[in-house]
Design a protein around this ligand. Structure first.
Ligand SMILES: [Zn+2]
Length: 440
């Protein structure tokens, strides 16, 4: 263990000495802080550093760019093919390599002969994945560093208004921009493809983690409540399984029915149905035909979103559908998006719910800009998209249901404690007041 931390120290000494020019000043000071933190927590590490040894390493830094996979980053950093293979084998079980995001940082320390001694991938400023080459076995050893975070919970309440979008209202009541997509996704699933009305009320309990007080790391909706004239009163509780990767991690009613997380989102920002599912007179041929989807009128170029997570199974063009994209979901149903002016994903890509996949257009057989949105079931039969509101998620039973009941009780208590706070200004640039509580 001493050996690889010695290597780690030498790596950062190289950076301190300024041997690598493109190393940015801010990330350098971050690394010094991080090194100190690690040294504090590992008091047995000796501080003696062999400077001659330090000079034998070259430190390289790069970050994820649009369209990058791990391969592209490692190739830019000059890592050889055999080293790349070793790194992927050593890290793939611990890190979701398909979730790489633009701006995430990589550091690598290589000997002059190119051999990688340390590989460092920061998925966010507080989560560091490190590979050290064990000097005896020459195998990589993996270590994850989680820095301490501050957790805050906040309550937001609002009322739907005529002429405003849900996102607009969420922003108005103080939901931070970074959480608006998540929060509106949860609420929209709750009322997916049904009619919400002006005057309908919602309440959200958000939980966000920060590093060094102000660097946002992640955020969740813990609780969502919707009270609508037509859709009625609904509550959703975020269930957390002991396994953080469990597919049971989702939103449920208090009675354990899966609710929101895998529900369908809207494919557009605004929904204006111009033609419904079923038999109709075709606008171009004039024939009675079966319309196997729903048409939404929308200006050319409007973003089109995947209605649920899945993988892209079609991304192409034909003279009838124009530019088309199909996404297959967890329950083997497939959502279809036709007549696009632009396609933003390729076959095989994994998409998240509400991820933008293309833009509205009028390509193929079409009378004007619109989105034709369709759904096939697992047998490939066209179904009415408006009848499909959820991707099947199992009901919680047994031990999990017992756990949900405990968690729901805790969430209600958190909601009560947060609502009891004195409202504070959201930030110095805002007049919106929000009730917030530090929980960790
Ligand atoms: Zn259509």
């Amino acid at each position: 263990m001493h050996c690889f931390f010695l290597a780690f120290i030498t790596v950062f000494l190289v950076s301190l000495l300024g041997c690598f020019e493109s190393f940015k000043a801010d990330s350098l000071s971050d690394n010094i802080k991080e090194l100190k933190t690690q040294l504090d927590s590992l008091q047995r590490v000796e501080m003696t550093v062999n400077k001659n040894r330090a000079n034998r390493y070259v430190l390289t830094h790069d970050s994820v760019r649009a369209g990058d996979g791990l391969f592209q980053v490692m190739a830019r950093m000059g890592i050889s093919e055999s080293e790349r293979r070793q790194i992927v084998l050593a890290i793939q079980d611990s890190v979701e390599l398909s979730n790489m995001r633009v701006g995430q940082n990589f550091h690598v320390a290589q000997r002059e002969d190119g051999r990688v001694e340390v590989f460092r991938y920061a998925t966010n400023p507080a989560t560091i994945h490190l590979l050290f080459r064990n000097p005896k076995t020459l195998e990589f050893e993996y270590r994850q560093i989680e820095k301490p975070l501050i957790r805050r919970q906040s309550v937001f309440t609002g009322v739907l208004e005529n002429g405003s979008t849900l996102n607009g209202i969420l922003l108005k009541v103080g939901v931070p921009t970074r959480m608006v997509g998540i929060a509106s996704g949860v609420l929209q699933c709750k009322i997916a493809f049904k009619q919400a009305r002006a005057g309908d009320r919602f309440r959200l309990l958000l939980e966000e983690d920060f590093y060094q007080d102000s660097i946002w790391i992640n955020g969740f909706v813990r609780y969502a409540e919707f009270d609508g004239h037509i859709v009625g009163h609904h509550e959703a509780f975020r269930y957390e399984d002991p396994d953080p990767k469990s597919t049971f991690n989702a939103f449920y009613t208090e009675s354990g029915e899966a609710l929101i997380f895998d529900g369908l989102r809207y494919p557009l920002d605004r929904l204006h149905i111009t033609s419904s599912f079923g038999v109709r007179i075709h606008p171009i041929t004039g024939k009675r035909t079966m319309h196997n989807g729903v048409d939404y009128g929308s200006p050319k170029g409007s973003p089109v979103y995947a209605v649920a997570a899945g993988s892209v199974v079609t991304s192409g063009y034909d003279e009838f559908s124009g530019n088309k994209i199909a996404v297959r979901h967890a329950d083997h149903s497939t959502s279809w998006y036709l007549h696009l002016s632009a396609r933003g994903v390729s076959v095989g890509a994994k998409v998240n719910a509400r991820q933008m996949i293309g833009r509205v257009g009028s390509t193929g057989r079409s009378t004007g800009p619109h989105l034709h949105f369709g759904f096939t079931n697992s047998a490939g039969v066209w179904i009415n998209p408006l009848s499909k509101t959820m991707i099947a998620t199992p009901k919680l039973e047994g031990e999990r249901f017992a756990r949900l009941k405990v968690q729901a009780k805790k969430i209600r208590e958190e909601l009560r404690l947060t609502e009891a706070q004195k409202p504070n200004l959201l930030d110095k640039n805002s007049s919106v007041k929000v009730k917030t509580r530090v929980v960790k």
